[in-house]
Design a binder for this molecule. Structure first.
Ligand code: MG
Length: 203
């Protein structure tokens, strides 16, 4: 399986990164070794001093597809989950400065914790899903899919022009504003509609 992450998909987050609001989706990949499941801890890597949290809604692809038309894109996922796109912000800044790829900053082991998934039929409106991240009980990020620059369907259509999507692939759909550092000892709790679906510790 592969993990596809959409960057800058919420305007307020692009703004806090001093990055332009994109005119087409920005995306990058993480390998399967980035995944952390079952609320297992995240081990702070020794190559970074600035690991940031980015809470994101995640689509689980349910069947293979290539060049998917936007009007059929909703048939390619049944479940929505929540995860963290951990980012070594110090390394990313260096990569950006030198015009180098982001993998070292984004795709390292454990950089993609993933929680439980919810049947998408349970949502009344996919364009109005609330989600949030708490650290040690304090809310640090709040998002709502009404603020997505590119909808779930638009993202699936766009990404599938370049990559064949396969069953089990995950698409991290971008983070709202409020990204920031984590430290050893923190407990992160990510929720959709106030239901905690991912809880883990930084070790
Ligand atoms: Mg992200």
């Amino acid at each position: 399986m592969k993990i596809i992450c959409i960057g800058r998909n919420y305007a307020e987050h692009a703004k806090e990164m001093n990055a332009p609001v994109p005119s087409e989706p920005v995306f990058f990949l993480k390998p399967d070794t980035a995944q952390i499941k079952n609320n297992l801890p995240f081990y702070y890597p020794d190559f970074s001093k600035e690991i940031h949290h980015e809470v994101e809604l995640v689509l689980k692809i349910n069947k293979p597809g290539k060049n998917i038309d936007i009007q059929f894109a909703n048939k390619y996922y049944d479940e929505i989950g929540i995860g963290i796109d951990f980012t070594a912000r110090d390394i990313q800044a260096k990569c950006k400065e030198k015009g180098l790829p982001w993998e070292k900053a984004k795709a390292f082991d454990g950089s993609a914790p993933i929680g439980k998934f919810i049947d998408k039929k349970k949502f009344v409106d996919l364009n109005a899903i609330n989600f949030n991240l708490k650290i040690n009980g304090k809310t640090v990020q709040i998002g709502n899919t009404k603020d997505l620059l590119f909808s779930f369907d638009a993202v699936i259509a766009y990404v599938s022009k370049f990559f064949t999507l396969k069953k089990g692939d995950l698409i991290y759909t971008g983070t709202p504003e409020g990204v920031g550092p984590v430290v050893i000892g923190d407990t992160l709790e990510a929720s959709i509609e106030n239901e905690p679906l991912l809880t883990f510790e930084i070790k």
